[in-house]
Design a protein. Structure first.
Length: 73
């Protein structure tokens, strides 16, 4: 059974996302996520061949680990 999370607008987000779903969540391209996975900045699951899945919690961790703009030093 796949866990599903509620987003503020009432839409449901699955716990495991495709690259397209993850890109939509982050508002970027799937290609950008592929580069981040290859660079080791974003964890992903690859059960077989070209199939790639990304856990929502790993995506949130990736977003939180990024630099912020305008942060005090």
């Amino acid at each position: 059974m796949t866990a599903i999370y509620q987003q503020a607008a009432g839409t449901e987000i699955p716990a495991i996302l495709t690259k397209r779903q993850a890109a939509d969540y982050v508002h970027c391209t799937p290609r950008y996520l592929e580069r981040q996975i290859r660079a080791g900045r974003l964890r992903a699951l690859k059960p077989s061949g070209k199939l790639v899945r990304i856990r929502l919690r790993d995506l949130d961790t990736f977003l939180e680990s990024g630099a912020t703009i305008g942060a005090e030093q």
